[in-house]
Ligand binder design. Sequence first.
Ligand code: AMP
Ligand code: MG
Length: 542
Amino acid sequence: MKTPTSTQSEKQLLVPLPLRFDNKFVRELPGDQQADNYRRQVTGACYSRVQPTQVSDPKLVAYSRETAALLDLSQEACATPSFTEVFAGNRLLPGMEPFAMCYGGHQFGNWAGQLGDGRAINLGEVINDQGERWIIQLKGAGPTPYSRGADGLAVLRSSIREFLCSEAMHHLGVPTSRALSVICSGELVERDMFYDGHPQDEPGAIVCRVAPSFLRFGNYEILSLRGETTLLKQLVDYTIRTDFPHLGEPSTAVYLEWFREICRSTAAMIVHWMRVGFVHGVMNTDNMSILGLTIDYGPYGWLEGYDANWTPNTTDSQGRRYSFGNQPHIGQWNLLQLANAIYPLANQAEPFKEALAMYNELFFKEWNQMMAAKLGFSTFIAKTDEPIITELLDILQLVETDMTIFFRQLASIPTSGDHTGPPETLLPFRDAWYQPEAITEDYQRRIDNWLDTYITRLHQDNLPDEERRTRMNRVNPKYVLRNYLAQLAIDKAENGDFSMVDELLDLVRRPYDEQPEREHFFCKRPEWARNRAGCSMLSCSS
Ligand code: AMP
Ligand code: MG
């Protein structure tokens, strides 16, 4: 076999990646006048043009074929050296016009001023064969004017977490930004993981994220809080025309309808999070997508034991502002900040108040329906179902019970025959308990009572067990990206073995299907992972 000559590999490097760009954002909106890349306040502009930093030795860790398909990129194209070079930020394709966006945000409840894309660089807007617009963005591609005191880089562990979780969420049916690739930069990046004076060198990496828009609540807030109302109107009009064309030409009525639509999509997104047990971890307004997509995967986590107060983010362990159960409320708080930001365009408070109240009503309506679906009811009936849901969540919270296993197993309990007590009816609980020894007689009685009421309620629906199981298995995933699983893949990848990243990507492709050969991924978190960094404790240091 011949080894490739240098001309052959040159040619390979030049394999074209057939991407068609239409960079509407930079074409239609004002950019920063200053061209140099240094940290600064950027006013009167929505973005700054900036080049990705070159990296020394890029290596492809993994790519998502489904996200590549959105861009009409074949698997062959993704396997070329060109792909790695381009999505590591080393080479621009014709038509790319890289830029970083200016935005602000409320962080942990306080206005934080200008934040912006401190380590994200948008390469351009791809128009695919279907005419869809997809923004491609590198995260960890070097400093921008918005990097403040930080380095603009990202480490491998957080990049793998973002890559896998974006794709896992998509396959679960949760609105999310997508991830095309994760690439090692070949460079070391210093991080003090828990901000406790123990910095370490870690492998650097770059993720390529993809979404129809990366606009955040914070893009509008910064303009409004700076009093740049003309530019605010320009950005809002741009957003409506580009991403909400069905609302019609911008007008006061359309601004209000736009806001109501953002309330609806935010509510829908958070209902999905609550369904699958996802905790975002940093719901600052700069991390809230205008399209109601899950964005900015940082110290997120998946509920193992059901616990409404759980937060994976150690930075939030005191206030628990972003805990699982507080997410719906924070969604509304963030929408209020957005309402304040766009108020100058409508100059009426009442419609915004009504929209925020509608968010609440809508959220609970959809949440009830979602919980009814998780329990296998054909519809939500307030009188019977509300107490069943409340009592169940109390029970699950009382003794550590794995949320994913519990709901998945619940689908298999029989509703016919003698259903009083064990063994089959108790299965969902038994398999999901982390500490079976903590079960008291009292607790056991509560479960028995709950099961009695639950099964009686199922009889009311009169669905055959098999049909109910099929329906439940469509909303209760079997496989989620358990925190410790991602960490195992990271441990291996840090030692140069990327195989588990691909394996997990494949696992999360079909989260609702039985995958008998992968049954070992359907199990409770092992004890070693209970307090291990990266598994249950994460920070914003990434
Ligand atoms: P996050 O909480 O990760 O959404 O980040 C909040 C802000 O900090 C955003 O403006 C980020 O771009 C910025 N940021 C986070 N990490 C870095 C970094 N390593 N270098 C530059 N900016 C960063
Ligand atoms: Mg962010």
